[in-house]
Design a protein around this ligand. Structure first.
Ligand SMILES: NC(=O)c1ccc[n+]([C@@H]2O[C@H](COP(=O)([O-])OP(=O)(O)OC[C@H]3O[C@@H](n4cnc5c(N)ncnc54)[C@H](O)[C@@H]3O)[C@@H](O)[C@H]2O)c1
Length: 318
């Protein structure tokens, strides 16, 4: 089995690359991104909107499965709406068409909780419910979900998808999403600086630790096709918390940490998203179970960030 990640330099792609390298062996993982990465093995600099370049890479490397991680995320997409729409949709269509031509066997494409909107039930948001996103990013993800299901139904293509919640990780800076505040908070706490949150203190959002997000991705890709009852995109949950709750959880280890709340345009996006997610289809179809709760996330984030980036900070976590 040979895998290719498109958009491997981002927040999720970086960690997915490590997991796939462990799974398939270094020689069987090809990575690519629009940004160069001189230290990554088997890496190609490719603009995924360039269909010919993507086709050449797939044919040359004879890949079996593709993980399409390249996209413009929610906050950035609001700043460049037309560009974000074109990039997010074109990259997906290029892959769907190349898949239809038989160039590879399986595709993973991530959706997001951004497919939900202001009229969606907010608590334990079901798999099938109102989806009326009012962000450019959410509209592109919802359209993408409809298209991946269409290509499955019409052409039998084995495409698998998850609606990731906000992903929390420490290795790479996040790429411009609404839930990035949660990651920034840890950096400010370890630098001993006050954090100004662009999301309200009491706004709950669904989140997931990176290890759980990667585990879910690999588990879904490995699940027998006959078990999958959702061919658009599976709801996926880890934990839900507000900025106030996260700050409190960090203060258990860094008591002097201060946060001020000054919501901006991203608060409006956050308000339109669910507070929590019902992921019972994932739990039933492919035995999904998250591992990291809020305290476990806080401990992982603080210890890893401290030992890699803030060695001067005297942190004691048992
Ligand atoms: N991180 C999250 O919290 C989150 C939540 C829900 C869904 N998702 C989805 O997961 C996927 C990966 O997200 P991420 O957080 O790793 O994003 P990211 O912004 O950190 O990384 C995206 C990567 O894609 C690359 N890229 C952008 N345009 C490209 C192009 N034209 N050609 C090739 N590469 C290109 C970027 O250079 C970057 O390395 C995206 O589809 C995103 O919408 C992420």
């Amino acid at each position: 089995m040979k895998a290719l990640i498109i958009g491997s330099g981002g927040q999720i792609g970086t960690e997915l690359a490590k997991a796939l390298r462990d799974k398939y062996g270094q020689e069987n993982l090809i990575t690519s991104d629009i940004n160069e990465n001189p230290i990554e093995p088997n890496f190609y600099t490719v603009d995924a909107t360039d269909k010919k370049a993507v086709e050449k890479l797939i044919v040359q490397e004879q890949v079996d499965e593709i993980y399409l991680m390249a996209a413009i995320l929610s906050a950035k997409a609001e700043q460049f709406p037309m560009r974000a729409w074109q990039i997010n949709m074109n990259i997906l269509f290029n892959l769907l068409e190349l898949f239809k031509e038989g160039l590879f066997k399986k595709l993973f494409w991530p959706s997001s909780i951004a497919v939900f909107g202001p009229h969606t039930p907010k608590i334990q948001t079901p798999q099938y419910t109102v989806t009326d996103p009012n962000s450019v990013y959410g509209i592109s993800k919802l359209a993408g979900e409809r298209w991946v299901e269409y290509y499955f139904l019409k052409h039998g293509l084995d495409i698998r998808s998850l609606r990731y919640p906000g992903v929390i990780s420490w290795k790479v800076q996040p790429g411009g999403g609404t839930t990035d505040y949660a990651i920034e908070m840890f950096h400010y706490a370890l630098r001993g600086e006050k954090f100004v949150s662009y999301i309200n203190r009491d706004e709950p959002l669904p989140m997931i630790y990176i290890d759980d997000a990667i585990k879910a991705t690999l588990q879904l890709m490995d699940a027998p096709s006959k078990n999958l009852t959702v061919r658009s995109s599976y709801n996926l949950a880890g934990v839900s918390f507000t900025p106030g709750e996260l700050a409190e959880a960090i203060r258990k280890y860094i008591p002097e940490f201060e946060v001020e709340y000054r919501p901006d345009f991203r608060q409006k996006i956050a308000r339109s998203w669910p507070d929590s997610i019902d992921d019972s289809y994932a739990r039933k179809d492919w035995n999904w179970q998250h591992e990291f709760d809020l305290d476990a996330i806080v401990k992982e984030m603080l210890t890893n960030l401290q030992s890699h980036f803030y060695q001067d900070y005297d942190l004691s976590i048992k």
